[in-house]
Design a protein around this ligand. Structure first.
Ligand code: AMP
Length: 601
């Protein structure tokens, strides 16, 4: 089937041609004709990367009267990154339609500018729930003439505590609208939204329910926690051409891992919510342009990443919520490409691997971390391949060649080759000389525990830390808003937040104790509706009551933070791969030797 056969307007077909879309993807083939021919609700179970933006975007665009200057379609998405991505896609689809206006609405940017975008006559609004609600309250946007409301990544929105915001928004739209809901998974809460707001919806499923994309090869390595970083480095060295995403559990760890990788000479950048928007945009741009090879990210920050060629997703830490494994892995194996999803698990974490296998309905293969020798072989061949394919800039090197030839005149071809390879590669051989086996040997106890834990949640009720914040219902706070603030700022999942008690001027909430400091530090600068507030441990609970959040926040990485400063020459074939020149990889031996000594011990 081609797009021409679907009955889309000529301007859109022309835009799709510019985008290089030739044939609809399966989800587009299934949903577009149905949504064009009938006024129906729809539930789509689909991961990102399946082409779902166009699957809902194209029928939405067909339904709009672009001569009219009021909001007719609204799309709600969990994060600003995803919202921006959807709006950008819509702008591409409508670029030849006269008078088309798409407004993008999200928190953390000027509300006035966004209100102007709406006022200009936007027919479609793409928004995150919190800011949209805010603008509805302030009369900056009206949804009373909306005929189609779309919820994208509904499971993720509920995970982030947007349930009440979604309800409030949908209540603002006319009853006779159609709702199209897309979700990667179908937990009970999403099913509730479907049953509350939809009438006999069309159901479209791409792949099996809750199943992961089969273009992705899933593997895990068993490690000891103290070797996690070394295992990461070894995997990166073993995949010299990697263009990958590394997921870490917290913002702090994300920054630490990225810092270490950069110090060790890898082409890496961090992406997390403690960075300013411009720093995040900059990191994304470098990653998109492939001047950065490895993006180290938190789950939340990585939500909007839409890059098709990602070769590897590495779970430096397994996701807190096993459902997030699919979201993470779905960043690779996109648009028909193959990808690899790599996890590191300690003996204690084997249960989580089992739970993930159940959710994705696929086996995650246990594999052995390659030895130093295997890594060297891989790198050596990557280097040789690179030499074979490198473009020779004849003009630029012409003037140096006579003296180079003269200096090497005493060596024959084999000797020259050996010398060049050694010059490039000796440091690598030295680094891996005598390197340790990083695979942890699992005890039978670990294996049994893994099986047992796979069936049980690891939170117990007495494991909670209670927090007090100086904002309550008078400030417009509700449970959803608290969940959202905690999840966004402390970078934890909503499942870790327990009881919430709201009062007029203050509120309490419980969080699993292991995240207590993370929540305290993470919410240091949090605001609600531009209003700052204070947070502290509530005195009534155990756990060192009354400690207010400190200023600190800075990362301390101890005395041996230096790492290897090792050059990653092997991966040169990747454009802009290593931090060539400049400070970061110029110093050599000392740190590397220390690193090797430590590794051998
Ligand atoms: P999505 O699942 O909407 O995030 O789309 C994943 C990627 O596939 C995006 O980069 C789209 O631009 C691309 N894409 C979507 N539909 C098509 C199509 N029919 N042909 C080619 N690429 C597509």
């Amino acid at each position: 089937m081609t797009f021409n056969e679907l009955g889309l307007r000529a301007e859109v077909l022309r835009a799709l041609e510019d985008l290089g879309f030739e044939n609809p993807t399966p989800i587009q083939e299934e949903s577009i004709p149905q949504l064009l021919s009938e006024d129906r609700d729809l539930v789509g179970l689909a991961q990102t990367g399946t082409g779902k933006t166009a699957a809902f975007g194209l029928p939405l665009i067909e339904s709009i009267d672009f001569d009219k200057k009021f909001v007719q379609g609204v799309v709600i998405a969990p994060t600003r990154e995803l919202g921006i991505q959807i709006a950008e896609d819509f702008k591409k689809f409508t670029k030849y339609i006269k008078g088309a206006n798409i407004a993008t609405i999200y928190g953390g940017a000027s509300i006035e500018i966004q209100a102007r975008e709406v006022k200009r006559g936007a027919q479609i609004v793409v928004a995150t729930p919190g800011r949209l609600n805010d603008m509805i309250r302030r009369n900056m946007v009206k949804l009373n003439q909306v005929s189609i409301a779309i919820l994208d990544e509904a499971d993720e929105m509920l995970n982030m505590g947007f349930k009440e915001d979604i309800d409030t928004i949908l209540d603002q739209t006319p009853n006779e609208k159609n709702v199209w809901l897309f979700s990667a998974t179908m937990p009970k809460e999403v099913a509730r939204i479907a049953s509350t707001y939809m009438n006999d919806p069309i159901e479209v499923t791409v792949g099996t329910k809750n199943a992961a994309n089969t273009d992705i090869h899933h593997v895990y390595y068993t490690i000891n926690d103290r070797n996690r970083y070394f295992a990461l480095k070894r995997m990166l060295d073993f995949h010299p051409e990697i263009y990958g995403l590394v997921f870490c559990r917290t913002k702090r760890l994300t920054q630490e891992v990225a810092d270490k990788l950069m110090k060790d000479g890898y082409s890496a950048a961090p992406l997390h919510g403690d960075l300013s928007q411009s720093q995040r945009d900059h990191a994304m741009k470098k990653f998109r342009d492939k001047t950065v090879q490895i993006l180290v990210a938190t789950d939340v920050a990585a939500r909007g990443i839409d890059v098709n060629e990602i070769s590897h997703v590495i779970h430096y830490n397994l996701p807190e919520e096993v459902e997030n494994y699919n979201h993470r892995s779905g960043r690779t194996g996109r648009a028909g490409n193959k990808g690899q999803s790599i996890s590191f698990a300690t003996g204690k974490e084997l249960g989580r691997i089992k739970s993930i296998e159940r959710i994705i309905k696929l086996k995650i293969e246990h594999a052995t971390i390659p030895s130093g020798k295997e890594v060297c072989e891989k790198q050596l061949f990557a280097l040789v391949n690179n030499v074979k394919n490198v473009e020779v800039k004849e003009e630029e090197i012409e003037k140096f060649l006579p003296s180079i030839f003269e200096q090497l005149a005493d060596f024959n071809k084999e000797e020259v080759i050996k010398k060049f390879v050694s010059a490039e590669f000796n440091h690598f051989l030295e680094y891996y000389d005598g390197s340790r086996d990083l695979n942890s040997k699992l005890s039978d106890r670990d294996k049994e525990r893994g099986e047992r834990q796979s069936n049980k949640r690891d939170l117990t009720d007495d494991s909670k830390q209670r927090f007090h914040i100086t904002l309550g219902t008078d400030a417009g706070l509700n449970k959803g808003a608290i969940l959202r603030i905690v999840c966004q700022h402390a970078d934890i999942s909503s499942n870790e937040v327990g009881r919430i008690d709201l009062f007029r001027e203050f509120s309490f909430f419980d969080v699993d104790k292991k995240f207590a400091d993370q929540v305290l530090n993470g919410m240091k600068d949090a605001e609600f509706n531009d209003e700052p507030f204070k947070i502290q441990f509530a005195k009534s609970s155990g756990g060192g009551g009354g400690r207010s959040r400190g200023g600190g926040g800075g990362r301390s990485r101890g005395g041996n933070s230096g790492g290897g400063n090792r050059r990653r020459d092997g991966g040169k074939s990747f454009s802009g791969n290593r931090n060539s020149g400049g400070g970061s990889n110029s110093s050599g031996g000392g740190n590397r030797d220390r690193d090797r000594r430590r590794r051998r011990s």
